[in-house]
Write a protein that binds this ligand. Structure first.
Ligand code: NAD
Length: 369
């Protein structure tokens, strides 16, 4: 385990701890007190300041990168070069071409990869995907996606994962990448087609903020809300909205898909003691009715009463272990998916900067095909 911060403790480590096929061997964090505390709390024999120490060990099969975003690529690359399967939080890299290089390195070494696309592993979203695959909506027409909550609505809430030295005259991508990645991933997974063009815009709604790295209020020209439209190769359309200054609870995802035979809505929003709901409607019964999520979509022992963080992540880590143990199993939510999502994010940013529709794939400079 690389990183002993908040997300490692509430999502990753509980997932591996719950899986009898896993043994947590060692944890590294340059903040050694955090590494030691996590080692104590999760029964991990070794805590160290140095990630290199873990990569050198022959008895470690898998490395989990749960560190600040800017460190993901170098750590992932080093872990793949050391011959380890890698789970990495999103993004692997800010430029999709670097994620593709990491995907290719893993493929040539016969290694498995996994992105921290938490929300496709929620029981609710997995149930919706199974209904789509069974033909419940027919041909997909429109996907609407939201990933939003009020995590940083108050300017005094210390902001993480931003560069306080960035040029403040230029809007920095933030919510689109940090929040957008999982809902863009869900759009791809549900619609079952690639995007061929996008147009989008971004805004900075809250200009001055408390920044954790500096401990003071300062101007942060970051995108804290954005919207884009997309056209898929198969003819479907999508709209995606992400923000961390829009009122609402965690995690704040809503995926709606409408097709020729029906419509499905999955909400992952902790409200009134429940973290996920699925609703469905059909052309002959247009009022959306709530569906019970079948037990088969939950991890062993999982319930809606537990934290969404452990509930969803337990499915993710178990899925990765399945893939590592079974060479014949298809990969799901891996670096190929991560590169696709990152390319979409890069295209939306280009669309915003150049105020125009941008064509995908991006290898033609964003020109429409
Ligand atoms: N998928 C999700 O839903 C989700 C949710 C929250 C966070 N995240 C992601 O998880 C990652 C971690 O977030 P967090 O909230 O835990 O951040 P955090 O700042 O609390 O923890 C990160 C830890 O990584 C450590 N670190 C830095 N460099 C390291 C290195 N070379 N080796 C080992 N450890 C190193 C830091 O000292 C810190 O303790 C981020 O990329 C974040 O975007 C994902």
């Amino acid at each position: 385990m690389l990183g002993a911060g908040a997300w490692a403790r509430v999502a990753h480590l509980p997932g591996f701890k719950r899986d009898p096929r896993c043994e947590l061997v060692a944890i590294a964090d340059p903040q050694i007190d955090l590494a030691k505390a996590a080692a104590r709390d999760f029964g991990i024999p070794v805590a160290t300041e140095s990630h290199a120490e873990l990569l050198d060990r022959a008895d470690i099969d898998m490395i989990d990168v749960c560190t600040p975003s800017a460190t993901h690529f170098d750590l992932t690359w080093a872990a793949l070069e050391a011959g380890k399967h890698v789970l990495c939080e999103k993004p692997v890299a800010y430029d999709y071409r670097d994620t593709l290089r990491a995907r290719d390195l893993a493929r040539t070494r016969g290694l498995r990869t996994k992105m921290g696309f938490t929300f496709r592993f929620s029981p609710g979203m997995r149930y919706v995907k199974s209904l789509i695959d069974a033909g419940a909506i027919g041909t997909p027409f429109i996907f609407n996606g939201y990933e939003q909550n009020s995590q940083w609505l108050r300017p005094s809430t210390p902001l993480r994962q931003v560069d306080p030295h960035a040029d403040q005259s230029v809007l920095q991508v933030s919510s689109l990448e940090g929040y957008g990645a999982p809902i863009i991933d869900l759009a791809h997974w549900f619609v079952g087609s690639d995007l061929q063009s996008v147009v989008g815009t971004m805004r900075n709604f809250v200009p001055d903020r408390m920044v954790r790295a500096t401990g003071r209020m300062m101007r942060m020209n970051i995108d804290d809300g954005d919207i884009f439209l997309g056209e898929f190769v198969n003819g479907a359309l999508c709209s995606i909205q992400t923000s961390f200054v829009t009122v609402g609870n965690y995690p704040g995802l809503e995926a709606r898909i409408y097709g020729s035979e029906g419509a499905l809505i999955c909400r992952l929003v902790e409200e009134f003691g429940c973290c996920q709901t699925v609703h469905a409607a059909r052309p002959d019964a247009v009022e959306f009715k709530r569906l019970e999520i079948p037990a088969a979509f939950y991890p062993p022992g999982g319930t809606d009463a537990e934290s969404w963080r452990t509930l969803f992540y337990a499915n993710l880590t178990a899925g990765f272990v399945d893939e590592v143990l079974d060479p014949g199993r298809a990969s799901e939510g891996d670096f190929a998916d991560g590169a696709w999502v990152q390319e979409t994010i890069n295209a939306v940013e280009q669309s915003f900067r150049e105020r125009r529709w941008v064509g995908l794939p991006l290898d033609r400079g964003g020109e429409p095909r």
